[in-house]
Design a protein around this ligand. Structure first.
Ligand code: HMN
Length: 293
């Protein structure tokens, strides 16, 4: 059954001055996004710098989010993707006990596994985690391209309830939405949210929602009301900002934007380097010009 609709920020992981995961800052960020009308959160993704965190830090960050959403309607999806199946299952077990509504996973990475191994991985997760699973299709970062036939095989498993489609392939997206009306398909590229909603997507997970939730909540609402021209104005504003983020580095750019908005989440962990003064200025001006400050 389709149950996820609306805007889901892929949360950053805030750090304190000493570079430790900061639960208070995380909770302030969650509360700000809730006030702006998001439907839930995606925790532990690439935006969260998860693969630069220890397993304990990933668990701690998730617990902070679960505490902040208590008593609200927000759904939390936890990415448990890591190198080895057993480690993914351990994160899934923790996420289930923490009370998330679904888990998600990037394909296990670094080693070039074959498609049979990826399919086996997701089916194992779906069977052993005792949680609904959302596939994570992100070819640009994982190096794994799920063809439509691969996704069709995975969607035969009832516990695999959907997919995060972080790909610009709108042809595949439209076909999957039509063929699987009961599955939850999230667009994972914020810059094409309007295009994805115009081919039937109803939910989105994105890094830029951390600081542009209000804009994207309005955009999604306008699309649902059939007001595409008005929605396009918002998408255009957001895309001017996203263009700069892509040039300076998306995740560190998202953290810099949050800082300009009064939500200091620290810097991204090394090997990421901070934005230069020039990049910061360019981002600041673009945020200002596009109603983000
Ligand atoms: C995550 O796991 O945190 C996701 O990657 C979040 C999201 O899908 C982002 N994808 C990537 O950064 C690869 C997008 O929000 C993306 O940052 C945005 O569309 C700009 O390209």
């Amino acid at each position: 059954m389709k149950e996820y609709r609306g805007i889901f920020p892929a949360l950053v992981t805030p750090f304190d001055e000493k570079g430790r995961v900061d639960a208070d800052r995380m909770q302030r960020l969650v509360e700000k996004n809730l006030r702006q009308g998001v439907a839930g959160f995606y925790v532990g993704g690439s935006t969260a710098e998860s693969y630069l965190l220890s397993m304990d830090e990933r668990k701690y960050a998730l617990e902070a989010v679960m505490e902040a959403v208590q008593g609200t309607e927000a759904s939390v999806i936890a990415n448990v993707g890591v190198f080895a199946t057993e480690h993914g299952l351990a994160l899934a077990d923790h996420a289930r006990r923490a009370g998330v509504s679904a888990i998600s996973s990037v394909p296990p990475f670094y080693f070039p596994f074959c498609m049979e191994e990826y399919i086996h991985y997701y089916n194992t997760l779906a069977e052993r985690a005792q949680m609904p699973v959302i596939l994570y299709n992100i070819p640009a970062m994982s190096g794994v391209t799920f063809k439509k036939e691969d996704i069709q095989r995975l969607f035969e498993n009832e516990n695999i309830i959907g997919m995060k489609h972080t790909s610009y392939d709108l042809f595949q997206l439209q076909q999957l939405i039509q063929e699987y009306p009961e599955k939850n398909i999230f667009i994972g590229h914020d810059e094409i949210l309007l295009c994805a909603f115009s081919v039937g997507a109803e939910a989105a997970i994105g890094s830029t929602f951390n600081f542009m939730a209000e804009k994207f909540v309005r955009l999604a609402k306008l699309m649902n009301e059939g007001k595409q021209r008005e929605a396009l104005k918002l998408q255009d504003q957001a895309n001017r900002v996203i263009q700069v983020l892509c040039e300076v580095g998306v995740f560190k750019g998202v953290k810099a934007a949050l800082k300009f908005q009064g939500y200091d989440c620290g810097l991204c962990r090394e090997p990421f380097l901070p934005l230069s003064k020039r990049e910061e200025r360019r981002l600041y001006e673009t945020l200002l010009e596009n109603d983000c400050l």
